[in-house]
Design a binder for this molecule. Structure first.
Ligand SMILES: Cc1cc2nc3c(=O)[nH]c(=O)nc-3n(C[C@H](O)[C@H](O)[C@H](O)COP(=O)(O)O)c2cc1C
Length: 318
């Protein structure tokens, strides 16, 4: 896809309506990823999924939510959202499905394509909380999803992964071979916190903080040039400088969400302007001219990218 900006508004409440998408386009987004629809809302098979043991993979509250959805409306509304978003905005619109299996729902991918979506992002997450499946079995769930969806559509299929994988490169390479056209690294999930006065669980923060881009940046730099698919960085992009760093590390595009909640949507145009000013200062005419320049593959010091222990760097910090 040719994008007018490498800044993409990630899947969130900001992209839940056609009006939201129009506003993102107006603010300068290169593309948007729509709010995810739940696999279960598509499949109408919540009970079957429970019977198949999927409940051990899904947070109980998520299952309650899913059971309460009015499913027919969800699907019809989502397809209308795609069509309306396309009509109201002149940028690529990526649909998104939150999925935990390859069963029952992938036919929906064809409907997404027919509704006019430019691509489909699979927001795939299996929380392996019960310890009964090993990492290969969990990776296979992602691969099965990729294969099932790929065979239904010709639009590009992206997969959004969590960082909780035993080997991110192994999974990334397998998905690349399976025909996934872009990997979004990483999703960020709802987390619980604890209230120590009430001795009870409380909601953790929804929004990321600015230093969180360092995690996707490491993996952008390690994966750039090793896959044929694109890489979309997600999590912790709160400024033009973190977006630039992710592009230098090898990201094809950079997704932004929390920064747009913390600021205004117009923050996107500030980020675009700062990116353009930086490129002028560096005399770089295109994003391609610097993308991946600080990836591990392009670097003269590949070992630096695999350093994980503090060792001598922490001397003096005691
Ligand atoms: C309010 C909110 C709703 C979100 N909804 C979705 C969603 O439906 N699907 C999805 O894949 N990610 C969803 N996300 C995750 C974001 O797309 C993104 O991956 C995450 O927030 C990390 O990026 P950030 O640091 O720029 O916020 C949501 C995030 C927020 C804050």
């Amino acid at each position: 896809m040719a994008l007018r900006s490498p800044l993409v508004v990630g899947s969130s409440g900001l992209t839940r309506t056609a009006e939201g998408v129009r506003r993102c386009a107006e603010a300068g987004a290169g593309a948007v990823v729509l709010k995810s629809i739940f696999e279960e809302a598509i499949a109408h098979e919540v009970q079957a999924a429970l019977d198949a043991g999927m409940d051990s993979f899904v947070h109980p509250e998520a299952m309650d939510y899913v059971k309460s959805l009015s499913r027919d409306n969800e699907v019809g509304n989502y397809l209308r959202l795609i069509a309306d978003a396309k009509k109201g905005a002149d940028i690529p619109v990526v649909a998104s499905v939150h999925c935990v299996s390859a069963s029952a729902w992938p036919d929906f991918a064809k409907q997404v394509q027919d509704a006019g979506a430019d691509a489909l992002e699979l927001n795939a997450f299996v929380l392996p909380a019960d310890g009964t499946r090993d990492s290969a079995a969990i990776e296979k769930v992602y691969l099965d999803m990729a294969a099932a969806v790929r065979e239904k559509v010709r639009i590009p299929v992206a997969m959004k992964l969590s960082c909780h994988l035993t080997s991110i490169p192994h999974t990334a390479m397998a998905l690349d071979r399976a025909g996934i056209r872009s990997l979004t690294l990483f999703n960020r999930f709802f987390v619980n916190d604890i209230d120590i006065e009430k001795l009870a669980l409380k909601r953790g923060g929804f929004l990321s903080s600015p230093e969180e881009y360092l995690l996707p940046m490491r993996w952008m730099s390690l994966l750039h040039g090793r896959l044929s698919c694109d890489l979309a960085a997600s999590t912790g992009v709160h400024s033009a400088s973190s977006a630039i760093k992710l592009l230098l590390a090898g990201a094809t595009v950079v997704q932004v969400v929390s920064a747009l909640y913390r600021n205004e949507l117009s923050f996107l145009s500030t980020m675009n302007a700062e990116l353009a000013a930086w490129m002028d200062r560096q005399q770089l005419a295109t994003i391609e001219a610097f993308r991946g320049h600080l990836s591990q593959k392009a670097s003269g010091n590949p070992a630096a990218f695999e350093r994980v222990q503090f060792m001598k760097f922490s001397v003096g910090m005691e």
